[in-house]
Design a protein around this ligand. Structure first.
Ligand SMILES: [Zn+2]
Ligand SMILES: [Zn+2]
Length: 434
């Protein structure tokens, strides 16, 4: 295995004193700080030749760096070795019996993937393995060309009156194409959404941030709690995920005031909770209130044989335990300009989100129309519990969207984040918005 010294992490209690030494006294340059949301730290890189020093400043008391400082005071925290293929490196270490903290890589600073080796395996020094980010994707505009759905996308920002909408990404996953299109024959859907050798189609997860009087995120993707088997079954690709795209948007998990759930399926609510290094489950967004429809909560906490595979309790029960859950019973305004409306269909209490400001309107329709291919009436998911309710809700919404020129966000479409619905000669189509 080839490994290069990438950086040396130093836990810092007083960032002012650290800057006074490393920048002012030693005369080194300190790069602008970067937030690593999942670890509750702000990192300041200090280039020293081929390698860097990394000053680690905890942002909350929850941070492992805060706990380290409490226990041992400031000092050497870890050494990071850069490898070409982190999965191969972890597999190799496992085969040699080395004890690991992270069995799977997770997102680190600067869009990298990282995993920690236990100090017991490395003579008392915490070793971090790192695979650097792949070269950045092309510009936002060209990243949305439908001819290249495999391309990694950037974030999309849109101003709607007084509100700012930011479409983020939690990566991609795959679901059975037949289940995604219900009664539609494969001969038809395969042209719109080509199946892989396991008959699965590629789907995106696109949480939406709404910034207004408060900062809200609608749904939060899959999160990173799943095991290897799950990731294989669902073809999970989170190399670029919500941590990365939040950071690109200049946001951290601490900026989110409200987390709004359209429903509690794992591809929407998986990112609501996180497992910390002690194995404890806790809310991912430490300051946020989580808003869930009461009926959906009841269904999700009492799944039946048909809904069980989609409702994973670890994604939302810890929210109730942490006291951050707020139930809504009816259609209502959640913050100025943002309303929830029950659609039913996909689940009995599935809700969409209507956003209005400055005389303009947008909608986050979630699984009412998961992709642009689901715009047509009969293209309804086999997963839907009440497909005829989906049909009614979809017809009503499509009419409204055409009349009011609503900007529609498609949460699962692999190549288009948002568009406008058009109807001509009884045929519905989508016009790309960005
Ligand atoms: Zn769903
Ligand atoms: Zn979904």
């Amino acid at each position: 295995m080839k490994a290069v010294l990438d950086h040396i992490g130093i836990a810092v209690k007083d960032i002012g004193a650290a800057i006074a030494f490393y920048r002012d006294a030693l005369g080194l340059e300190i790069e602008p700080p970067e937030q690593v949301a999942s670890d509750h730290v702000r990192v300041h890189f200090v280039p020293v030749g081929e390698s860097k020093l990394e000053l680690l400043e905890p942002t909350t008391a929850e941070s492992t760096v805060a706990r380290y400082l409490e226990k041992r005071g400031p000092g050497l925290h870890h050494i990071t070795l850069r490898v070409d293929d982190i999965d191969a490196a972890l597999a190799h270490l496992t085969s040699r019996g080395a004890r690991l903290i992270d069995q799977q890589p997770r997102p680190g600073a600067e869009g990298s993937l990282v995993a920690f080796v236990h100090p017991a395996a490395s003579q008392g020094v915490l070793i971090e393995l790192k695979q650097a980010a792949s070269p950045p994707a092309a510009s936002h505009a060209s990243s949305l060309t439908p001819s290249s759905p495999e391309r990694t996308e950037g974030i999309l920002r849109h101003t709607l009156g007084d509100l700012e909408l930011i479409s983020l990404s939690d990566g991609y996953f795959r679901l059975d194409g037949g289940s995604m299109f219900g009664i539609v024959p494969k001969a038809l859907w395969d042209k719109r959404a080509p199946a892989d050798d396991r008959n699965r189609i590629r789907l995106a997860m696109r949480p939406l941030v709404v910034r207004g009087t408060r900062t809200m995120i609608i749904d939060a993707g899959l999160g990173d709690k799943q095991d290897e088997k799950f990731r294989d079954i669902y073809g999970v690709d989170r190399r670029r995920n919500l941590d990365h795209t939040l950071a690109e948007a200049g946001l951290s998990i601490d900026d989110i005031d409200i987390v709004l759930a359209t429903h509690l399926h794992f591809d929407h609510a998986g990112g609501f909770t996180i497992r910390d290094r002690s194995g404890r489950l806790r809310p991912r967004f430490p300051r946020a209130q989580y808003i869930v429809r009461r009926g959906e909560w009841e269904d999700a906490t009492h799944p039946n044989a048909r809904t069980r595979a989609s409702y994973l309790l670890d994604n939302y029960v810890p929210l109730a335990e942490a006291g951050v859950l707020q139930m809504v019973d009816d259609d209502q305004t959640i913050m100025p300009g943002v309303k929830v409306r029950r659609t039913g269909g996909h689940t009995a209490h599935h809700q969409m989100v209507l956003i209005e400001s400055g005389g303009r309107a947008a909608a986050f329709v979630a699984d009412l129309m998961p992709t642009t291919a689901h715009a047509a009436d009969a293209w309804i998911m086999g997963f839907d519990v009440y497909p005829l309710d989906t049909l009614t809700a979809k017809q009503a919404f499509a009419r409204e969207a055409v009349e009011k020129n609503i900007l529609v966000f498609f949460e699962h479409d692999p190549s288009l984040a948002a568009g406008y619905i058009r109807e001509q000669d009884g045929r519905r189509s989508i016009v790309r918005a960005f």
